[in-house]
Design a protein around this ligand. Structure first.
Ligand code: FRU
Length: 491
Protein backbone atom coordinates (compact mmCIF):
# COMPACT_ATOMS: atom_id res chain seq x y z
CA UNK A 1 0.00 0.00 0.00
CA UNK A 2 1.12 3.49 -0.66
CA UNK A 3 0.06 6.04 1.93
CA UNK A 4 1.86 8.95 0.33
CA UNK A 5 5.35 7.57 -0.06
CA UNK A 6 8.40 9.77 0.27
CA UNK A 7 8.67 10.01 -3.52
CA UNK A 8 5.08 11.15 -3.90
CA UNK A 9 5.34 13.63 -1.02
CA UNK A 10 8.52 15.04 -2.59
CA UNK A 11 6.82 15.51 -5.96
CA UNK A 12 3.79 17.20 -4.35
CA UNK A 13 5.96 19.56 -2.31
CA UNK A 14 8.08 20.38 -5.34
CA UNK A 15 5.14 21.19 -7.58
CA UNK A 16 3.54 23.35 -4.85
CA UNK A 17 6.75 25.40 -4.65
CA UNK A 18 7.07 25.74 -8.44
CA UNK A 19 3.42 26.74 -8.73
CA UNK A 20 4.04 29.81 -6.59
CA UNK A 21 7.00 30.89 -8.70
CA UNK A 22 5.58 30.49 -12.16
CA UNK A 23 4.44 33.23 -14.54
CA UNK A 24 0.76 32.49 -15.28
CA UNK A 25 0.68 34.91 -18.22
CA UNK A 26 3.14 32.74 -20.09
CA UNK A 27 1.07 29.60 -19.69
CA UNK A 28 -1.70 28.61 -22.10
CA UNK A 29 -5.10 29.92 -20.99
CA UNK A 30 -7.38 26.93 -21.52
CA UNK A 31 -5.17 23.97 -22.43
CA UNK A 32 -3.98 21.49 -19.80
CA UNK A 33 -0.31 22.10 -19.11
CA UNK A 34 1.84 20.23 -16.56
CA UNK A 35 2.04 21.92 -13.18
CA UNK A 36 5.78 22.04 -13.73
CA UNK A 37 8.35 20.09 -15.74
CA UNK A 38 7.62 17.53 -18.43
CA UNK A 39 4.40 15.88 -19.56
CA UNK A 40 3.51 13.47 -22.32
CA UNK A 41 0.48 11.21 -22.87
CA UNK A 42 -2.92 11.97 -21.35
CA UNK A 43 -3.84 9.23 -18.85
CA UNK A 44 -6.98 8.19 -16.99
CA UNK A 45 -9.29 10.56 -18.87
CA UNK A 46 -12.50 9.58 -17.11
CA UNK A 47 -15.69 10.63 -15.43
CA UNK A 48 -15.68 10.44 -11.66
CA UNK A 49 -18.74 11.71 -9.80
CA UNK A 50 -19.82 14.97 -11.34
CA UNK A 51 -16.43 15.76 -12.85
CA UNK A 52 -13.96 14.66 -15.47
CA UNK A 53 -10.45 13.75 -14.41
CA UNK A 54 -7.33 13.86 -16.47
CA UNK A 55 -3.95 12.51 -15.47
CA UNK A 56 -0.81 12.70 -17.57
CA UNK A 57 2.65 11.25 -17.90
CA UNK A 58 4.69 13.56 -15.76
CA UNK A 59 8.23 14.25 -14.63
CA UNK A 60 8.03 17.32 -12.38
CA UNK A 61 11.72 17.93 -11.83
CA UNK A 62 12.99 18.75 -15.31
CA UNK A 63 11.98 19.83 -18.70
CA UNK A 64 12.59 16.36 -20.07
CA UNK A 65 11.28 12.83 -19.79
CA UNK A 66 12.31 11.01 -16.59
CA UNK A 67 10.89 8.34 -14.26
CA UNK A 68 7.21 8.75 -14.90
CA UNK A 69 4.72 10.05 -12.33
CA UNK A 70 1.05 10.79 -12.98
CA UNK A 71 0.12 14.49 -12.91
CA UNK A 72 -3.53 15.22 -12.20
CA UNK A 73 -6.28 17.74 -12.85
CA UNK A 74 -10.06 17.84 -13.11
CA UNK A 75 -12.79 19.82 -14.82
CA UNK A 76 -16.52 20.24 -15.07
CA UNK A 77 -16.52 21.55 -18.63
CA UNK A 78 -13.22 20.58 -20.35
CA UNK A 79 -12.11 24.21 -20.59
CA UNK A 80 -11.47 25.35 -17.04
CA UNK A 81 -9.19 22.91 -15.27
CA UNK A 82 -8.30 22.61 -11.61
CA UNK A 83 -4.78 21.41 -10.89
CA UNK A 84 -4.52 18.65 -8.29
CA UNK A 85 -1.47 17.21 -6.57
CA UNK A 86 0.59 14.59 -8.35
CA UNK A 87 -1.36 11.30 -8.08
CA UNK A 88 1.22 8.55 -8.60
CA UNK A 89 4.98 8.34 -8.16
CA UNK A 90 7.26 5.45 -9.15
CA UNK A 91 7.71 4.36 -5.56
CA UNK A 92 7.28 0.58 -5.52
CA UNK A 93 9.67 -2.14 -6.54
CA UNK A 94 7.43 -3.20 -9.45
CA UNK A 95 7.09 0.37 -10.83
CA UNK A 96 10.36 1.94 -9.73
CA UNK A 97 11.31 2.90 -13.30
CA UNK A 98 7.97 4.52 -14.02
CA UNK A 99 4.21 4.61 -13.83
CA UNK A 100 3.58 4.56 -17.56
CA UNK A 101 0.35 5.32 -19.39
CA UNK A 102 -3.04 3.91 -18.50
CA UNK A 103 -6.70 4.73 -18.06
CA UNK A 104 -9.34 4.90 -15.36
CA UNK A 105 -12.87 3.84 -14.56
CA UNK A 106 -15.36 4.67 -11.81
CA UNK A 107 -16.65 1.74 -9.77
CA UNK A 108 -18.90 1.85 -6.72
CA UNK A 109 -17.84 5.36 -5.81
CA UNK A 110 -14.14 4.60 -6.22
CA UNK A 111 -11.80 5.75 -8.94
CA UNK A 112 -9.79 2.83 -10.33
CA UNK A 113 -6.61 3.60 -12.24
CA UNK A 114 -4.82 0.96 -14.29
CA UNK A 115 -1.30 1.88 -15.37
CA UNK A 116 1.80 0.20 -16.70
CA UNK A 117 4.33 -0.48 -13.98
CA UNK A 118 7.91 -0.54 -15.24
CA UNK A 119 10.61 -2.49 -13.49
CA UNK A 120 14.24 -2.42 -14.57
CA UNK A 121 17.16 -4.04 -12.87
CA UNK A 122 20.62 -5.47 -13.38
CA UNK A 123 20.64 -9.20 -12.83
CA UNK A 124 23.40 -11.24 -11.21
CA UNK A 125 24.31 -12.80 -14.56
CA UNK A 126 25.27 -9.33 -15.81
CA UNK A 127 22.17 -8.80 -17.95
CA UNK A 128 19.71 -5.96 -17.61
CA UNK A 129 16.05 -6.84 -17.15
CA UNK A 130 13.11 -4.65 -18.18
CA UNK A 131 9.54 -5.74 -17.41
CA UNK A 132 6.31 -3.93 -18.14
CA UNK A 133 3.30 -5.12 -16.15
CA UNK A 134 -0.09 -3.61 -15.30
CA UNK A 135 -0.96 -2.30 -11.86
CA UNK A 136 -3.97 -0.81 -10.11
CA UNK A 137 -4.33 2.23 -7.86
CA UNK A 138 -7.67 3.05 -6.23
CA UNK A 139 -8.67 6.47 -5.00
CA UNK A 140 -11.26 9.06 -4.09
CA UNK A 141 -10.45 11.56 -6.84
CA UNK A 142 -7.48 13.09 -5.00
CA UNK A 143 -5.57 10.37 -3.18
CA UNK A 144 -4.73 7.04 -4.74
CA UNK A 145 -3.35 3.87 -3.20
CA UNK A 146 -1.64 1.11 -5.10
CA UNK A 147 -3.20 -2.26 -4.29
CA UNK A 148 -1.36 -5.11 -2.56
CA UNK A 149 -2.11 -7.45 -5.51
CA UNK A 150 0.12 -5.44 -7.89
CA UNK A 151 1.17 -6.12 -10.53
CA UNK A 152 -2.24 -7.48 -11.49
CA UNK A 153 -1.33 -8.46 -15.07
CA UNK A 154 2.02 -9.73 -16.31
CA UNK A 155 3.11 -10.75 -19.79
CA UNK A 156 3.45 -14.40 -18.71
CA UNK A 157 -0.06 -15.20 -19.89
CA UNK A 158 0.42 -13.80 -23.40
CA UNK A 159 0.89 -16.10 -26.42
CA UNK A 160 4.41 -17.33 -26.97
CA UNK A 161 6.77 -14.88 -28.56
CA UNK A 162 5.02 -11.81 -27.09
CA UNK A 163 7.47 -9.37 -25.56
CA UNK A 164 7.61 -8.99 -21.75
CA UNK A 165 9.26 -5.62 -22.31
CA UNK A 166 6.76 -3.97 -24.62
CA UNK A 167 3.47 -4.58 -22.85
CA UNK A 168 1.79 -1.34 -21.91
CA UNK A 169 -0.88 1.35 -21.91
CA UNK A 170 -4.02 -0.49 -20.73
CA UNK A 171 -7.43 0.83 -21.73
CA UNK A 172 -9.83 -0.24 -19.00
CA UNK A 173 -13.63 -0.13 -19.16
CA UNK A 174 -16.66 -1.66 -17.49
CA UNK A 175 -19.52 -3.28 -19.34
CA UNK A 176 -22.40 -5.48 -18.18
CA UNK A 177 -20.85 -5.85 -14.74
CA UNK A 178 -17.45 -6.96 -16.01
CA UNK A 179 -14.13 -5.16 -16.37
CA UNK A 180 -12.20 -5.22 -19.62
CA UNK A 181 -8.64 -4.15 -20.36
CA UNK A 182 -7.13 -3.79 -23.82
CA UNK A 183 -3.34 -3.65 -23.69
CA UNK A 184 -0.65 -2.89 -26.27
CA UNK A 185 1.80 -5.72 -26.79
CA UNK A 186 4.59 -6.61 -29.22
CA UNK A 187 4.33 -9.86 -31.18
CA UNK A 188 7.18 -12.13 -32.21
CA UNK A 189 7.38 -10.33 -35.58
CA UNK A 190 8.19 -7.09 -33.71
CA UNK A 191 4.92 -5.37 -34.53
CA UNK A 192 1.87 -4.38 -32.53
CA UNK A 193 -0.92 -6.53 -31.20
CA UNK A 194 -3.72 -5.84 -28.74
CA UNK A 195 -4.41 -8.20 -25.85
CA UNK A 196 -7.87 -8.28 -24.30
CA UNK A 197 -8.33 -9.23 -20.63
CA UNK A 198 -11.45 -9.55 -18.45
CA UNK A 199 -12.01 -9.42 -14.72
CA UNK A 200 -14.83 -9.57 -12.20
CA UNK A 201 -13.16 -7.32 -9.62
CA UNK A 202 -10.44 -5.32 -11.44
CA UNK A 203 -7.81 -7.16 -9.40
CA UNK A 204 -7.80 -10.67 -10.88
CA UNK A 205 -7.58 -10.78 -14.66
CA UNK A 206 -7.95 -13.44 -17.35
CA UNK A 207 -6.30 -13.24 -20.73
CA UNK A 208 -8.96 -13.68 -23.45
CA UNK A 209 -7.40 -13.14 -26.88
CA UNK A 210 -5.57 -10.84 -29.26
CA UNK A 211 -8.25 -8.71 -30.83
CA UNK A 212 -5.90 -7.23 -33.41
CA UNK A 213 -2.48 -7.91 -34.85
CA UNK A 214 -0.73 -5.37 -36.99
CA UNK A 215 1.58 -7.89 -38.73
CA UNK A 216 3.93 -5.06 -39.62
CA UNK A 217 1.31 -3.27 -41.73
CA UNK A 218 1.00 -0.17 -39.55
CA UNK A 219 4.28 0.53 -37.78
CA UNK A 220 5.74 -1.41 -34.89
CA UNK A 221 4.59 -1.40 -31.26
CA UNK A 222 1.02 -0.11 -30.92
CA UNK A 223 0.93 2.30 -28.00
CA UNK A 224 -2.05 3.73 -26.12
CA UNK A 225 -5.08 1.87 -27.53
CA UNK A 226 -8.61 3.22 -27.15
CA UNK A 227 -11.66 1.22 -28.19
CA UNK A 228 -15.27 2.40 -28.17
CA UNK A 229 -18.59 2.27 -29.95
CA UNK A 230 -19.61 5.46 -31.74
CA UNK A 231 -22.35 6.24 -34.24
CA UNK A 232 -23.02 2.62 -35.10
CA UNK A 233 -19.46 1.37 -35.45
CA UNK A 234 -16.55 0.36 -33.26
CA UNK A 235 -13.61 2.75 -33.30
CA UNK A 236 -10.08 1.63 -32.48
CA UNK A 237 -7.45 4.30 -31.96
CA UNK A 238 -3.79 3.37 -31.53
CA UNK A 239 -0.49 5.20 -31.65
CA UNK A 240 2.02 3.03 -33.53
CA UNK A 241 5.74 3.65 -33.32
CA UNK A 242 7.92 3.83 -36.42
CA UNK A 243 5.41 4.22 -39.22
CA UNK A 244 6.28 4.83 -42.85
CA UNK A 245 4.65 7.79 -44.54
CA UNK A 246 2.03 6.96 -47.17
CA UNK A 247 0.90 9.85 -49.37
CA UNK A 248 0.08 12.70 -47.02
CA UNK A 249 -0.53 10.36 -44.10
CA UNK A 250 1.60 9.01 -41.27
CA UNK A 251 4.47 11.50 -41.55
CA UNK A 252 5.35 11.69 -37.88
CA UNK A 253 7.16 8.40 -37.32
CA UNK A 254 5.08 8.05 -34.16
CA UNK A 255 1.51 8.52 -35.36
CA UNK A 256 -1.98 8.24 -34.03
CA UNK A 257 -4.27 6.31 -36.33
CA UNK A 258 -7.82 5.05 -36.18
CA UNK A 259 -9.91 2.29 -37.66
CA UNK A 260 -13.66 2.05 -37.87
CA UNK A 261 -15.06 -1.47 -37.79
CA UNK A 262 -17.40 -4.00 -36.25
CA UNK A 263 -17.04 -5.68 -32.92
CA UNK A 264 -18.76 -8.91 -31.96
CA UNK A 265 -18.81 -8.72 -28.19
CA UNK A 266 -19.59 -12.36 -27.42
CA UNK A 267 -16.86 -13.71 -29.66
CA UNK A 268 -14.58 -10.72 -28.92
CA UNK A 269 -13.83 -10.37 -32.61
CA UNK A 270 -12.94 -7.07 -34.23
CA UNK A 271 -13.12 -6.59 -37.99
CA UNK A 272 -11.79 -3.33 -39.29
CA UNK A 273 -11.08 -1.27 -42.37
CA UNK A 274 -7.96 0.67 -43.35
CA UNK A 275 -6.07 3.00 -41.04
CA UNK A 276 -6.55 6.75 -41.21
CA UNK A 277 -4.63 9.53 -39.54
CA UNK A 278 -6.43 11.05 -36.52
CA UNK A 279 -4.75 14.47 -36.90
CA UNK A 280 -2.42 15.62 -39.67
CA UNK A 281 -0.33 17.97 -37.54
CA UNK A 282 3.25 17.71 -36.35
CA UNK A 283 2.27 17.66 -32.69
CA UNK A 284 -0.40 15.14 -31.80
CA UNK A 285 0.00 11.77 -30.07
CA UNK A 286 -1.55 9.18 -27.76
CA UNK A 287 -5.18 10.37 -27.66
CA UNK A 288 -7.67 9.08 -25.08
CA UNK A 289 -11.43 9.47 -24.96
CA UNK A 290 -14.16 9.69 -22.35
CA UNK A 291 -17.94 9.43 -22.62
CA UNK A 292 -19.73 12.42 -21.10
CA UNK A 293 -22.90 12.29 -19.00
CA UNK A 294 -24.85 13.56 -22.00
CA UNK A 295 -23.49 10.81 -24.25
CA UNK A 296 -20.77 12.66 -26.15
CA UNK A 297 -17.42 11.00 -26.92
CA UNK A 298 -14.64 13.48 -26.14
CA UNK A 299 -10.99 13.00 -27.12
CA UNK A 300 -7.84 14.66 -25.75
CA UNK A 301 -4.26 14.09 -26.90
CA UNK A 302 -0.70 15.07 -26.14
CA UNK A 303 0.04 18.24 -28.10
CA UNK A 304 3.68 17.56 -28.74
CA UNK A 305 5.56 14.77 -30.44
CA UNK A 306 8.46 12.45 -29.77
CA UNK A 307 9.94 13.53 -33.09
CA UNK A 308 10.31 17.29 -32.56
CA UNK A 309 11.48 18.92 -29.37
CA UNK A 310 11.42 22.71 -29.54
CA UNK A 311 10.87 23.88 -25.97
CA UNK A 312 12.86 27.06 -25.25
CA UNK A 313 15.48 26.56 -22.54
CA UNK A 314 14.02 29.14 -20.18
CA UNK A 315 10.63 27.41 -19.92
CA UNK A 316 10.04 25.34 -16.80
CA UNK A 317 7.28 23.26 -18.32
CA UNK A 318 6.90 21.39 -21.56
CA UNK A 319 4.21 19.33 -23.23
CA UNK A 320 0.52 20.10 -23.00
CA UNK A 321 -2.80 18.69 -24.11
CA UNK A 322 -5.02 19.46 -27.08
CA UNK A 323 -8.37 21.08 -26.64
CA UNK A 324 -10.83 18.27 -25.84
CA UNK A 325 -12.68 17.40 -29.04
CA UNK A 326 -16.15 15.97 -29.60
CA UNK A 327 -16.03 12.99 -31.92
CA UNK A 328 -18.43 11.57 -34.47
CA UNK A 329 -18.16 9.04 -37.24
CA UNK A 330 -19.50 10.16 -40.61
CA UNK A 331 -19.22 7.87 -43.64
CA UNK A 332 -16.64 5.75 -41.83
CA UNK A 333 -14.45 8.76 -40.95
CA UNK A 334 -13.82 10.49 -37.65
CA UNK A 335 -15.07 14.03 -37.38
CA UNK A 336 -13.72 16.15 -34.53
CA UNK A 337 -14.53 19.63 -33.24
CA UNK A 338 -13.61 21.48 -30.04
CA UNK A 339 -16.02 20.76 -27.17
CA UNK A 340 -19.02 23.08 -27.36
CA UNK A 341 -18.26 24.42 -23.85
CA UNK A 342 -15.54 26.59 -25.38
CA UNK A 343 -18.31 29.00 -26.41
CA UNK A 344 -18.95 29.84 -22.75
CA UNK A 345 -15.53 31.46 -22.61
CA UNK A 346 -15.84 33.78 -25.60
CA UNK A 347 -15.13 37.28 -24.36
CA UNK A 348 -15.06 39.36 -27.52
CA UNK A 349 -16.14 39.05 -31.13
CA UNK A 350 -14.96 40.57 -34.40
CA UNK A 351 -16.76 39.63 -37.55
CA UNK A 352 -16.24 40.48 -41.23
CA UNK A 353 -18.29 39.37 -44.17
CA UNK A 354 -17.11 39.14 -47.77
CA UNK A 355 -13.81 40.98 -47.56
CA UNK A 356 -12.23 40.67 -51.00
CA UNK A 357 -8.46 40.72 -51.44
CA UNK A 358 -6.81 40.53 -54.87
CA UNK A 359 -3.15 39.60 -54.69
CA UNK A 360 -3.04 41.63 -51.50
CA UNK A 361 -2.35 41.30 -47.80
CA UNK A 362 -4.43 42.91 -45.08
CA UNK A 363 -4.99 42.96 -41.38
CA UNK A 364 -8.60 43.12 -40.29
CA UNK A 365 -9.22 45.69 -37.62
CA UNK A 366 -9.55 44.03 -34.20
CA UNK A 367 -8.56 40.56 -35.40
CA UNK A 368 -5.36 39.82 -33.55
CA UNK A 369 -4.08 37.91 -30.52
CA UNK A 370 -2.96 34.51 -29.36
CA UNK A 371 -6.00 33.04 -27.56
CA UNK A 372 -9.05 32.73 -29.77
CA UNK A 373 -11.47 30.59 -31.73
CA UNK A 374 -11.75 31.88 -35.31
CA UNK A 375 -13.73 30.66 -38.29
CA UNK A 376 -12.58 31.62 -41.78
CA UNK A 377 -14.69 30.86 -44.84
CA UNK A 378 -13.35 31.65 -48.30
CA UNK A 379 -15.28 31.68 -51.57
CA UNK A 380 -13.81 29.38 -54.16
CA UNK A 381 -14.93 31.50 -57.22
CA UNK A 382 -11.67 32.95 -58.56
CA UNK A 383 -9.52 31.69 -55.74
CA UNK A 384 -6.01 30.45 -56.47
CA UNK A 385 -4.84 30.38 -52.91
CA UNK A 386 -4.85 32.25 -49.65
CA UNK A 387 -2.79 32.47 -46.54
CA UNK A 388 -3.28 33.45 -42.92
CA UNK A 389 -0.25 34.46 -40.91
CA UNK A 390 -0.59 33.87 -37.18
CA UNK A 391 1.52 35.05 -34.22
CA UNK A 392 2.95 37.56 -36.60
CA UNK A 393 5.18 40.64 -36.34
CA UNK A 394 8.19 42.02 -38.24
CA UNK A 395 10.27 38.98 -37.35
CA UNK A 396 7.98 36.03 -36.80
CA UNK A 397 5.01 34.31 -38.31
CA UNK A 398 3.45 30.91 -38.82
CA UNK A 399 1.77 30.50 -42.17
CA UNK A 400 -1.43 28.64 -42.93
CA UNK A 401 -1.71 28.28 -46.69
CA UNK A 402 -4.46 26.84 -48.88
CA UNK A 403 -3.75 25.95 -52.51
CA UNK A 404 -7.06 25.70 -54.25
CA UNK A 405 -5.90 23.70 -57.30
CA UNK A 406 -4.08 21.08 -55.33
CA UNK A 407 -6.70 21.30 -52.58
CA UNK A 408 -3.82 21.31 -50.14
CA UNK A 409 -3.74 23.00 -46.78
CA UNK A 410 -0.27 23.55 -45.30
CA UNK A 411 0.98 24.81 -41.96
CA UNK A 412 4.53 26.15 -41.98
CA UNK A 413 6.29 27.23 -38.77
CA UNK A 414 9.75 27.83 -40.27
CA UNK A 415 9.63 31.51 -39.26
CA UNK A 416 7.93 31.06 -35.90
CA UNK A 417 11.13 31.97 -34.07
CA UNK A 418 12.53 28.45 -34.03
CA UNK A 419 16.17 28.11 -33.09
CA UNK A 420 16.36 24.37 -33.63
CA UNK A 421 16.24 22.32 -36.77
CA UNK A 422 12.93 20.52 -36.46
CA UNK A 423 10.26 19.51 -38.93
CA UNK A 424 8.47 22.71 -39.89
CA UNK A 425 5.69 22.03 -42.30
CA UNK A 426 2.90 19.57 -42.94
CA UNK A 427 0.10 19.41 -45.50
CA UNK A 428 -3.29 17.77 -45.73
CA UNK A 429 -5.89 17.48 -48.44
CA UNK A 430 -8.94 19.64 -47.84
CA UNK A 431 -11.64 19.40 -50.46
CA UNK A 432 -15.39 19.70 -50.70
CA UNK A 433 -18.14 20.15 -53.24
CA UNK A 434 -19.30 23.45 -51.82
CA UNK A 435 -18.84 27.05 -52.97
CA UNK A 436 -16.72 27.92 -49.95
CA UNK A 437 -13.94 26.27 -48.04
CA UNK A 438 -14.00 26.57 -44.26
CA UNK A 439 -11.38 26.45 -41.52
CA UNK A 440 -11.79 26.83 -37.79
CA UNK A 441 -8.63 27.82 -35.95
CA UNK A 442 -8.27 27.54 -32.20
CA UNK A 443 -5.20 29.21 -30.80
CA UNK A 444 -3.96 29.30 -27.22
CA UNK A 445 -0.64 31.17 -27.12
CA UNK A 446 1.58 28.34 -28.40
CA UNK A 447 -0.91 26.03 -30.02
CA UNK A 448 -2.66 26.11 -33.37
CA UNK A 449 -5.47 23.59 -33.88
CA UNK A 450 -7.09 23.74 -37.29
CA UNK A 451 -10.39 21.99 -38.04
CA UNK A 452 -11.18 21.97 -41.74
CA UNK A 453 -14.54 21.27 -43.36
CA UNK A 454 -16.43 21.24 -40.06
CA UNK A 455 -14.00 18.86 -38.41
CA UNK A 456 -13.50 16.34 -41.22
CA UNK A 457 -9.76 17.00 -41.03
CA UNK A 458 -7.69 18.33 -38.14
CA UNK A 459 -4.14 19.59 -37.92
CA UNK A 460 -2.36 20.48 -34.70
CA UNK A 461 0.82 22.50 -34.44
CA UNK A 462 2.96 23.81 -31.63
CA UNK A 463 4.91 27.05 -31.89
CA UNK A 464 6.97 28.85 -29.27
CA UNK A 465 6.85 32.29 -30.87
CA UNK A 466 7.42 35.09 -28.36
CA UNK A 467 4.07 36.20 -26.97
CA UNK A 468 4.67 39.75 -28.16
CA UNK A 469 3.94 38.57 -31.73
CA UNK A 470 0.18 39.06 -31.84
CA UNK A 471 -0.63 39.95 -35.46
CA UNK A 472 -2.88 38.11 -37.89
CA UNK A 473 -2.57 38.85 -41.61
CA UNK A 474 -4.75 37.61 -44.47
CA UNK A 475 -3.38 37.39 -48.04
CA UNK A 476 -4.60 36.17 -51.37
CA UNK A 477 -3.23 34.74 -54.59
CA UNK A 478 -5.74 35.79 -57.19
CA UNK A 479 -9.06 36.88 -55.77
CA UNK A 480 -10.12 35.67 -52.35
CA UNK A 481 -13.32 36.66 -50.57
CA UNK A 482 -13.09 36.03 -46.84
CA UNK A 483 -15.72 35.89 -44.13
CA UNK A 484 -14.09 35.83 -40.72
CA UNK A 485 -15.42 35.60 -37.18
CA UNK A 486 -12.97 35.69 -34.32
CA UNK A 487 -13.94 35.08 -30.70
CA UNK A 488 -11.30 35.99 -28.20
CA UNK A 489 -10.98 33.73 -25.19
CA UNK A 490 -9.96 34.96 -21.77
CA UNK A 491 -10.29 32.89 -18.65
C1 FRU B 1 3.65 6.89 -25.52
C2 FRU B 1 4.45 6.22 -24.43
C3 FRU B 1 3.67 5.07 -23.83
C4 FRU B 1 4.28 4.93 -22.48
C5 FRU B 1 4.59 6.37 -22.12
C6 FRU B 1 5.84 6.55 -21.32
O1 FRU B 1 3.94 8.21 -25.74
O2 FRU B 1 5.68 5.79 -24.96
O3 FRU B 1 3.70 3.89 -24.60
O4 FRU B 1 3.40 4.33 -21.58
O5 FRU B 1 4.71 7.07 -23.34
O6 FRU B 1 5.97 7.86 -20.88
Amino acid sequence: MNKQSEKLAKAIAYEAKKKKERDEDKRPAFHVTPTTGWCNDPNGFSRFGEEYHLFYQYYPYENKWGPMHWGHCRTKDFIKWEELPCALAPDMEYDGQGCFSGTAVEHEGKHILMYTSVLEKDLEDGTHMVRQTQSIAIGDGENYEKVAENPVITADCLPEGSSPVDFRDPKIWKEDGRFYALIGSKAEDGSGQLALFTSEDALHWNYEKMIDQCKNRYGKMWECPDFFALDGCQVLIVSPQFMRAEGLEFHNGNNSIYFTGDYEKEAMTYTRGDARQVDYGMDFYAPQTVETTDGRRVMIAWLQSWDNFMTPEDMDWTGLMTIPRELHVEDGSLVQLPVREIENYYTGEHSYENVTLENQSAELDGITGRSFDMTVEVKKEDLEGFSILLACDDENYTELYYNRYQELFTVDRTYSGLVRDVICSRSMKVANEKETIKFRIVMDKYTIEVFANDGKQAMTTLIYTDLKSQGIVFSSDGKATFSVTQHTITM
